[in-house]
Design a protein around this ligand. Structure first.
Ligand code: PEP
Length: 256
């Protein structure tokens, strides 16, 4: 991981209401505390639904839990007539450190475009929220263009309005691996992560590129995390399904 602090992220998607979230976060924090792993050297971050953020933020800060949190999406607009949207300013007011931008479910089900995602990244960066930028190819892209072309193009596009960004996280999530039980191999993840780091270097400069965590996501489990964490350009994981199981997620966070 090149000296970068490992980043283990749990994307809850549309699961757990705010009461369930409070119980879950407490249990997760206990589970991590009981582990022998040194968490001062790993960031573990949960991404609950919007309605949970206030409760999760209060719990983490009041109990000084060794957990981070973030939102699953953000509006590209600052404020105004955008019914149902949540602005980066609102997330900042809740002291939200991270926000996922461009998850494949947003790209596919909500038709989010590269231009829109670039504006979301810029909005997050403007408010000092670290965007976790998701990129990844579909099975069809993989067949047509090989493994790196689409993720590389998506990352370039996402950074189009954020050339001055210093603090971002990138998640390489091949769409064919998400929720399919069929993870990429550690070598496949490393190959794309290395290409993404080249893009980071070209767009944001070598220092920022070397400091940026690049995650792998797609059917990560406790049983397969170690192989990913051994790759020089893979600095952590974005976990969907397995992040809702405390034993499984704390196993991933120990990446033994
Ligand atoms: C995701 O949705 O970001 C993800 C990686 O899901 P899963 O771990 O369930 O494949």
């Amino acid at each position: 991981t090149g000296g970068r602090v490992p980043f283990i992220a749990g994307n809850w998607k549309m699961n757990l209401d705010h009461l369930q979230a409070i119980a879950f976060v407490q249990k997760l924090a206990w589970s991590l505390k009981d582990a022998t792993h040194d968490y001062s050297a790993t960031e573990v971050v949960v991404f609950p639904p919007f309605t949970d953020l206030r409760s999760v933020q209060t719990l983490i800060s009041a109990d000084k839990l060794e957990l981070g949190f973030g939102a699953q999406d953000v509006s590209e607009h600052e404020s105004g007539a955008y019914t149902g949207e949540i602005s980066a300013a609102f997330l900042k007011a809740l002291e939200t450190p991270y926000v996922i931008v461009g998850h494949s479910e947003r790209r596919t089900l909500h038709h989010e475009t590269d231009e829109q995602l670039a504006a979301k990244v810029a909005a997050a960066v403007k408010h000092g929220i670290v965007p976790v930028i998701c990129v990844g190819e579909t099975a069809e892209d993989l067949e047509k263009h090989g493994p790196s072309a689409v993720p590389v193009a998506q990352l370039r596009a996402a950074l189009a309005q954020a050339a001055d960004a210093k603090d971002i996280v990138v998640a390489y999530e091949p769409v064919w691996a998400i929720g399919s039980g069929q993870a990429a191999t550690p070598e496949q993840a490393e190959q794309v992560a290395a290409q993404l780091r080249i893009v980071l270097s070209e767009v944001l400069g070598e220092d920022v590129a070397q400091a940026t965590r690049v995650l792998y996501g797609g059917s990560v489990k406790a049983a397969n995390i170690a192989g990913f964490m051994r790759q020089p350009n893979v600095d952590g994981a974005l976990v969907g399904g397995a992040s809702l199981d405390i034993a499984e997620f704390s196993g991933i966070a120990q990446f033994l």
